[in-house]
Ligand binder design. Sequence first.
Ligand code: DX5
Ligand code: ZN
Length: 218
Amino acid sequence: MNNTLIAPSILAADFANLQRDIEMVNNSDADWFHLDVMDGVFVPNISFGMPVIESIATHAKKPLDVHLMIVEPQRYIQTFANLGANVLTVHYEASTHLHRTLQAIKAEGMQAGVALNPHTNIDLLRDTISEIDLVCLMSVNPGFGGQSFIEHTYSKVKALRKLIDEKGASTLIEIDGGVTNRNAAKLVEAGADVLVAGSYVFGSQDPPATIAGLRELI
Ligand code: DX5
Ligand code: ZN
């Protein structure tokens, strides 16, 4: 057993029973809460924002991993710090001044993450990798839960692992989208450190058992 982290994505929770689902994650083998913020501009969907995250933070007993799928994410860094985000991830594709944004996230006491869309090459992080605490590799096109895993992700994980090791960085590799028991072990073998799972966990009959099952595999 290694120390791979499991981050259930609350996008797939039952919003009418959000406290129940938060407590489920609190009491499970999961490590983080993955919170997807979508603005309907960067991605073609709108999810939830500050009031919902504020309520989640009241009940959550594990770190909040906030994934911003929004344009101009740098405008909201302090807001998410105040809400209690532990990891704040912005998209490479939405960041004109990525280096400055990373510094600003860290200055607010959070871990700085960068997400890459499936079409974005990991070599674009060559000059910033030492500044990045977490790279979120999108293994689906962002915007929706429940999509199919893109197989090309394995080679991206391997290439990113190589880059991180070459630079002597301690960056975590997170995989987001379509993670299930069918790909979890292979992703960890390729070099993944954090697995996000939404519909696989919350769409199952017994979410805590599903999380425990995933834990067994990695
Ligand atoms: C997709 C989101 C994911 C999503 C994953 O845009 O970033 O975090 O919730 O959901 P599943 O695991 O259902 O693909
Ligand atoms: Zn996400």
